[in-house]
Design a protein around this ligand. Structure first.
Ligand SMILES: [Fe+2]
Length: 253
């Protein structure tokens, strides 16, 4: 991953790539650290005390159970049909599989997404930058993986948006993902990106995963073969929970 090419960009944001290896446990640079100085909010939000180990008992693991019939509405995984009209933007399909170590598919996983609209604006009271809201787009959806571990969404490609981390800071287009297993204690959160985004070198959230190959595991792939003529382009993204090819999560397993 190349760094920003302008001196101005260097002055406002420099990825931490020169951290001595002796500070890192094996694989640590493949996950997001809790405290990453270029991402300013992480300085205030990260825990200052050592984590407390909470053993999982039969109660945490077995209940309450998340079942398909309890959480899934007919249009939950189609973000373009949740209002009377169609949203503005490029319609896309987004599919992939949730996989455990060694590619074992995980069925029954609740996959929730939330995202900005095509103009890069969230439907959220704290998002006030001057881009239009879309009355036909909420930006939230959910799906349950099938027996092959597969999820599927139809949505609008989100736009990049500015944020206050540093001068002229813009987030690359991304979709937030939350995965819930069979119990509430089994939750993972991450972000999915789109290929070849020119904002990658400038984004401290993306670069908080310091391993280049691990960063690429957060980037979806364009799938011409899955695109639907006269309807939608397709992107695919598989999520690996564990193992050497694990997807980076905001809180590691
Ligand atoms: Fe976001």
């Amino acid at each position: 991953m190349s760094e920003p090419s302008t001196e101005k960009a260097h002055a406002v944001y420099k990825p931490v790539t020169d951290t001595p290896d002796c500070y890192l446990r094996p694989g640590e640079d493949e996950q997001t650290p809790l405290d990453y100085p270029p991402y300013k909010s992480s300085r205030l939000r990260h825990p200052k005390q050592p984590l407390v180990f909470m053993p999982q008992t039969i109660t945490e693991i077995t209940g309450p159970q998340l079942g398909r019939e309890r959480v899934l509405g007919e249009l939950d995984n189609d973000l373009t049909r949740q209002h009377p009209g169609e949203p503005i933007g490029q319609r896309i399909t987004l599919t992939g599989r949730v996989l455990d170590t060694e590619g074992k598919p995980l069925r029954g996983t609740l996959v929730e997404i939330w995202q900005a609209n095509a103009a890069g604006r969230y439907r959220h009271r704290w998002d006030r930058w001057p881009a239009p809201l879309d009355p036909n787009f909420t930006g939230a959806g959910r799906a349950i993986t099938d027996d092959d571990g597969r999820y599927s969404f139809t949505t609008i490609k989100p736009g990049p948006y500015p944020w206050g981390n540093h001068y002229n800071a813009w987030r690359p287009a991304h979709i937030h993902f939350s995965l819930l297993g069979r119990a509430f204690v089994q939750r993972l959160v991450t972000q999915m990106y789109f290929p070849d985004d020119p904002l990658f070198p400038y984004d401290p959230v993306f670069n908080s995963v310091r391993d280049e190959r691990a960063r690429q595991r957060m980037v979806s792939r364009f799938a011409m073969s899955a695109s639907e003529p006269d309807w939608a382009l397709a992107f695919e993204w598989d999520i690996y929970l564990r193992g050497p090819g694990a997807t980076p999560f905001e809180e590691a397993l």
